[in-house]
Design a protein around this ligand. Structure first.
Ligand SMILES: NC(=O)c1ccc[n+]([C@@H]2O[C@H](COP(=O)([O-])OP(=O)(O)OC[C@H]3O[C@@H](n4cnc5c(N)ncnc54)[C@H](OP(=O)(O)O)[C@@H]3O)[C@@H](O)[C@H]2O)c1
Length: 291
C-alpha cells in the first residue's frame, strides 16, 4: 500500500470511479468537483477550489465533461511541477492546445482516452490509451495501472485523441447499426433479445475481416477478395429498399452506399469493399503525427 498523493478534478461518473480506484489502491486522494455534493461518501479530501486540490498532489487527473470545461477548471491554477493526466474526451487540436498550455505553465501533460465504463474502471475490462509525456507514464505507472491497462502511444499529446475519435466513430457506427437492427426486428415482430444472439454470432465471425480491410487500406491495394464493391452495392440497394418499405429507413445506409457508388462510378466495381474508404474526403494517408 502507498500513500502517494493524487488529485482528481471532476467527480462525474468517470471521475468518481477514478478517484475510488486510487483510494482502493491506497493513495491519499484529494478531489474537487464543481458540485461539491458529488464527493459524498468518498474517502478523499474535498478541496474548495481546483487550485487547492492541485496544490495537494504532484499527479493531477482531470475527468470533466469536455475540453472547454477542463480548460476552465485549470485556467487560473498554478500547475508548476505537476503531472496533468487529462482523460476528458477531446479532439486532437484541443489536446494539443492544452498540452501547450501545460508546457507554458511548467507542467507535464498526458492525454488519455478511456475504454471502460465507470463500473469496469480498475478491472481487466478497462484500458486507457495515453500520449504525451512519457516521463509521467514512467513516474506514475503504478497509479495509472490502478485505472486499467496502460497503452502508451508516443510523445505527441494529440495522438491519443486522434486514435480516440477514430475508435469512437467505429463504436457509434456499430451502435447505430445495432439500433437500426433492433428497429427492423421490431417492425417484423421479432423480439430484439431473440435477434441479438444471431447478430452477435455473425459480427463475431465477421470481425476478422476488419484486419484484412485494414491491410488493404494501408497498402492501397484493393484487387480481388470475397466482398466486391458491386456485390455490396446490390446488397445495400436491397437493404435500403426493404428498410424504407418497412418504415424504418436509416440515412447512414444511404451514406455508405454513396461511398460505394462513387468507387464503382470510377470503374472499381470488382475491387474490395475496403476501397470505399477512398470516397471519404481527406482520408488519404498522411505521415504519422502530422497536422
Ligand atoms: N462515463 C463513461 O463511461 C466514459 C467513458 C470514457 C470516456 N468518458 C469521458 O470522460 C469525461 C467525463 O465523463 P463522465 O461520464 O464522468 O461525465 P459526467 O458524469 O456527465 O460528469 C461530467 C463532469 O464534468 C463536470 N463539469 C461539466 N462542466 C463543467 C464545467 N464547465 N466546469 C467544471 N466542471 C464541469 C461535472 O461537474 P458537475 O458535477 O458540477 O456537473 C461533472 O463532474 C467525458 O469527456 C467523457 O466523454 C466517459
Amino acid at each position: 500500500m502507498t500513500s502517494e498523493a493524487i488529485t482528481v478534478l471532476g467527480l462525474g461518473n468517470l471521475g468518481r470511479a477514478l478517484a475510488e480506484a486510487f483510494v482502493r489502491g491506497g493513495h491519499s486522494v484529494s478531489v474537487w468537483n464543481r458540485s461539491a455534493s458529488k464527493a459524498a461518501g468518498l474517502a478523499a479530501t474535498v478541496a474548495d477550489s481546483p487550485a487547492e486540490a492541485v496544490a495537494a498532489s504532484e499527479l493531477v487527473v482531470v475527468a470533466v465533461l469536455d475540453q472547454q470545461a477542463a480548460q476552465q477548471v485549470l485556467r487560473d491554477v498554478d500547475v508548476r511541477g505537476r503531472a496533468i493526466v487529462n482523460v476528458t474526451s477531446s479532439t486532437p487540436d484541443q489536446a494539443r492546445e492544452l498540452a501547450r498550455w501545460a508546457a507554458d505553465n511548467g507542467a507535464e501533460y498526458l492525454q488519455g482516452a478511456v475504454y471502460a465504463v465507470p463500473a469496469t474502471i480498475g478491472t481487466d475490462a478497462s484500458s486507457i490509451i495515453y500520449s504525451g509525456s512519457s516521463a509521467v507514464v514512467e513516474r506514475w505507472q503504478k497509479a495509472l495501472v490502478l485505472l486499467g491497462k496502460v497503452k502508451y502511444l508516443d510523445a505527441d499529446a494529440s495522438r491519443a485523441s486522434a486514435y480516440d475519435i477514430a475508435i469512437v466513430a467505429g463504436m457509434y457506427g456499430l451502435l447505430g447499426g445495432f439500433l437500426h437492427a433492433a428497429a427492423l426486428a421490431r417492425a417484423n415482430g421479432i423480439k430484439v433479445a431473440e435477434l441479438t444472439p444471431f447478430l452477435l454470432s455473425w459480427l463475431t465471425d465477421l470481425h476478422p475481416a476488419l484486419a484484412t480491410f485494414a491491410g488493404e487500406i494501408d497498402g492501397a491495394s484493393y484487387a480481388g477478395g470475397d466482398s466486391s464493391l458491386a456485390m455490396n452495392q446490390s446488397g445495400l440497394a436491397m437493404l435500403i429498399g426493404a428498410t424504407k418499405a418497412q418504415g424504418v429507413p436509416f440515412a447512414a445506409l444511404d451514406s455508405l452506399k454513396a461511398l460505394v457508388d462513387r468507387q464503382i462510378a470510377d470503374g472499381h466495381g470488382e475491387d474490395s469493399l475496403a476501397r470505399a474508404v477512398e470516397s471519404f474526403a481527406g482520408s488519404s494517408a498522411s505521415p504519422a503525427g502530422a497536422g
